[in-house]
Structure formats: C-alpha cells, structure tokens
Design a protein around this ligand. Structure first.
Ligand code: NAD
Length: 349
C-alpha cells in the first residue's frame, strides 16, 4: 500500500481532529504536516507529530506531499483549493465546500484540468442517527416515509469568531445547514419540488443563528430542516412518519423508538381521554393491541470510511462516496433557501 501523505491546511478545531483522529486512524493515509497562517496554531503540530510548514508555497512545492486537507474558514476554501490543485495535489475540502455555486464550478474546472481528486468532507453521512433514518427509509419497516424532520438545537449561540461574519461564510445555514441538507438529499431519491424558509437572527448577528426550511420532493416526501442556537430545550434530532408508523431518534446517543401499527384500530372501542378542559378520542394514545414499540434499527458506520474511500478514489479510481455533483446540488439548495427566506416566497422548481 503506498501511503498518501497529507498536509493539514488550517490546524484549528477541525484540522486538528482530522490529524488526531480521522486521517490517523485510516490505513493508506497519513497526516504528514501542517500549515496555518496563525503560527500559534502550529505549536500543537509537534505534539501531533506533524512537520511544520511556514508558508503555503512550502507545502505546495514539497513533492512528498500528495494531498492537502483544507480546514480553514469558509471564504478561503476556493483560493486554497485552486492553488493546491494547480500544484498537483489532491484535495479534501471541509464543508461547506464553497461560498457559492460559481466558486465551486471554478474549482471543479481546475480539478478536471489538473486531473486531481477534489472531495468534500461530508462526514455526517456516516452519523449513526442518520443511518438509522436511512435504514427506515430504505427498508420501509414503517411503510414509506413521507414526513422527515431533522433538527439540531443548541443553546450556546454561535461559537468562535469567523462564524459570526458574513464575509467569511459564517451563519448556521452554511455551518450546520450544509450537513442536514446533505443528509436529506443523500436520503431522498427524488427531485426537489419546492422550498420555503425562514432564517433566525435572535442573537443580533449579521449572519443567521438558525433557520427552518420546508422542502418537498416530487415523490411526496415533505421535510422540515431546522437549526437553532438559542434552544434551551431541544426537540428530537429526527422525527419521521411512515405510512405504518412513526420513529423518533432523540439525540446522538441514539435513544429513541419506533412505534408501528401492527393491528386494527377499532374506532368503536376507542375510549376518550381527559385532555385539558375537554375530552378526546382523536388524540388518545393508540390502543396497545393496535401498536408495537420497537427499538431503533442499528445504524452501522465506520468513521474511517471517508478516508478509506478517498484512498481508493486516488489509487484505484473508485467511485467517490461524496460526489461533487451531490455537493453542488446541496450548495444550490442552500442558495435557494437564502432566496426563499429573503423573498418570503415559496420557490417552486
Ligand atoms: P477554526 O477557526 O477552529 O480553525 C481554522 C484555522 O484555519 C485557524 O487555525 C486559522 O488560523 C486557520 N486559517 C485561516 N485562514 C487560513 C489560511 N488562509 N491558510 C491557512 N490557515 C488559515 O475553524 P474550524 O472550526 O476548524 O473550521 C474550519 C473548517 O472546517 C470550516 O470550513 C468549517 O466549516 C469546517 N468544519 C467542519 C466540521 C465537520 O464536521 N465536517 C466541523 C467543524 C468545522
């Protein structure tokens, strides 16, 4: 196995994680060096066993380096990617891949010209909570899923510095939104039909601190995608309705359940319950004979799969798991969400 040597460009939070965990744990790739415009960040490079580069040119001129990982603020991805590709390096780029679809098209054109691999780290395709929902979608265990709600809720506002700035690609739609939208489009095998959205500015930043998007698909699936950073009580990570049941994944701890209709609901035998100041049969819990509670299916994932696939793409011409056409589709959807929120219009495809 001839190993692919990576230099990490941007040794901040995520760059360090790639060096320490993701690249380190995968056969065929090694974290070889690091470069950061802030030399203070490079102090930890030595602890991580990385060669320190003082300039970007030094990285790009080093023929031992076959690939770079770009883990810098979002506005710098394009320039770094183009320089690296033109220097003959393969590129793994953090999400969101670029600030706009035009930028992405430019980078992909350079990747094509230089015949180098450009792959985006959409790592949350391997999240177990997502794989549980994907399993339910594909197996039809609770019938066809027709409503999918995917949320991440935090209460700590927007962390860090550049994530508050529009010019640097800050805001939650680009940050967390890109993950949830990537998962959704990877899951639902149908063209988008319409998009409505609302951004939130509770914190008074120039960028969104959260958003809600309503996305419908031609196959009838309706989805709600929501990111919040001022939610002191969270809603479940996933809520999915199928024609024969409902599933909830509460959190990344994978707690939750599937409730499936397994018997006949006899409307004549429904007993009303007291609800507030009234009675209801409609909202009474389903009868025990008519439903069964199941544990969530097991979402199997290896967190080394991304870099293993990258290795196979570079060395064996394998199909990338994260395809640039998919990444481009997600970026276009983000642009549509911004437009829908700004114009307060439902955008029909
Ligand atoms: P960070 O602020 O912690 O680190 C960014 C680093 O890049 C800093 O050390 C900074 O000095 C350096 N830097 C800035 N401009 C540079 C340049 N031109 N050349 C070299 N170094 C430069 O940010 P972060 O949280 O690590 O995020 C970095 C990227 O990773 C972003 O694109 C972010 O969206 C992405 N990210 C992805 C995930 C994920 O799960 N896939 C999670 C977190 C962050």
């Amino acid at each position: 196995m001839s190993v692919i040597k990576f230099v990490i460009i941007g040794l901040g939070g995520m760059g360090s994680y790639h060096a320490r965990e993701l690249i380190k744990e995968t056969d065929g790739v090694i974290a070889y060096g690091a470069y950061d415009i802030n030399p203070e960040q490079l102090v930890k490079a030595t602890d991580l066993g990385l060669k320190v580069y003082d300039t970007l040119d030094a990285v790009l001129n080093d023929s031992d380096v076959e690939a770079v990982l770009i883990a810098t603020p979002n506005d710098s991805h394009k320039e770094l990617a183009i320089k690296a590709l033109e220097a003959g390096k393969h590129v793994v780029c953090e999400k969101p891949v670029m600030m706009t679809s035009e930028e992405l098209a430019e980078v992909l054109a350079v990747a094509k010209e230089t015949n180098k691999v450009f792959m985006v780290h959409q790592n949350r395709r391997w999240d177990k909570d997502f794989l549980i929902i994907r399993d339910l979608y594909q197996s039809r265990e609770i019938g066809e899923l027709f409503q999918i709600e995917s949320r991440v809720h935090g209460a700590n506002g927007i962390p860090g510095d550049w994530r508050h700035l529009k010019a640097q690609g800050g805001g939650m739609l680009l940050d967390w939104g890109v993950h949830l939208l990537d998962q959704l489009l990877f899951l639902v095998d149908s063209p988008i039909k319409s998009v409505a959205a609302d951004l939130s500015f509770v914190l008074g930043d120039e960028v969104d601190d959260g958003f809600i998007a309503y996305i419908t698909f031609e196959n009838g699936v309706k989805s709600i995608i929501e990111v919040g950073t001022t939610n002191f009580i969270k809603l479940p990570r996933w809520y999915a309705k199928g024609l024969e049941g409902t599933a909830v994944v509460e959190d990344w701890d994978l707690s939750g359940q599937v409730v499936k209709q397994t018997g006949f609901i006899d409307h004549h035998r429904l007993v009303p319950i007291q609800a507030g100041q009234g009675l209801t049969k409609t909202m009474a819990p389903p009868s025990e004979e008519a439903t069964t509670i199941f544990p969530l299916p097991d979402g199997q994932a290896e967190f080394t799969d991304f870099y293993r696939n990258f290795y196979e793409v570079v060395r064996e011409n394998a199909e990338p798991v994260v395809k640039n056409t998919e990444v481009a589709r997600v970026l276009a959807l983000i642009e549509t969400i911004f437009e829908a929120a700004e114009t307060k219009q439902v955008i029909h495809y």
